[in-house]
Design a protein around this ligand. Structure first.
Ligand code: SF4
Length: 218
């Protein structure tokens, strides 16, 4: 199927409609502090949110500061996160990331994109997530797998590269929606624009969407 990019006007209409429909969307991982959020974000890679959220209450009780993670006993840390995929790798990543935060930033999770991107294992998606949800700083849009999939289907970006998609979205999506659009897309993907077969007949933007009725997944 030939890719069709939506016009600016149609793209704005699609976003407005989805924003209205999923107005209660919010970040899906539980956390109390920026340190918790960094830990949860590392754990969440290729892991369902419910699984991540099921291990973090006990984890957050035991590890509260960057220092706690930086000097954690690796085996003990793995014990807290063993239900998570790649627990061993993730425990090592957490220790490495928090060691940098502890040594370079005196234990405070940085609040700038540039500094966050220098941390081991933190890419733009996680950096945007931390800035938005821990500090209320909106510099960009976290591009996760749902954003990649739906941006292509809806005709907001023809790229599959997360950085290019973020740039495309930042041009068309009104800035006031940047902080929430990721979670709006996720809700729409889970409820209607499902991964394998989108339910276009139930979709509130089917009139606009170039992939309406095309069942082949992409
Ligand atoms: S019309 Fe279909 S493909 Fe397009 S956003 Fe809606 S469910 Fe997804």
């Amino acid at each position: 199927m030939e890719f069709r990019l939506l016009s600016d006007g149609k793209a704005k209409e699609a976003i407005e409609t989805l924003e209205k429909e999923y107005k209660d969307s919010h970040y899906y991982l539980n956390f109390r502090t920026p340190v918790d959020l960094v830990a949860a974000a590392i754990l969440s890679a290729q892991t369902r949110d419910e699984v991540t959220n099921s291990v973090t209450p006990e984890l957050f009780k035991r590890y509260r500061t960057a220092k706690d993670y930086a000097y954690a006993n690796e085996e003990e840390l793995i014990g807290y996160i063993k239900r998570i995929t790649f627990a061993g790798n993730k425990a090592r990543n957490m220790i490495k990331t928090f060691k940098t935060i502890e040594e370079r930033y005196n234990g405070k999770v940085p609040d700038s994109m540039e500094q966050l991107l220098e941390l081991p294992g933190i890419g733009r998606k996680t950096a945007n997530t931390i800035l938005i949800n821990a500090y209320g700083i909106v510099e960009g849009i976290p591009v996760d797998t749902w954003v990649i999939k739906l941006s292509g289907r809806i005709g907001l970006s023809k790229s599959r590269d997360p950085d290019d998609i973020e740039q495309d979205l930042m041009k068309t999506v009104d800035r006031r929606y940047w902080k929430n659009i990721t979670y709006v897309f996720k809700n729409h993907g889970k409820k209607i624009c499902q991964s394998q077969v989108p339910v276009c007949s139930a979709c509130m933007i089917s009139r606009i969407c170039p992939r309406n009725g095309v069942t082949k997944s992409k």
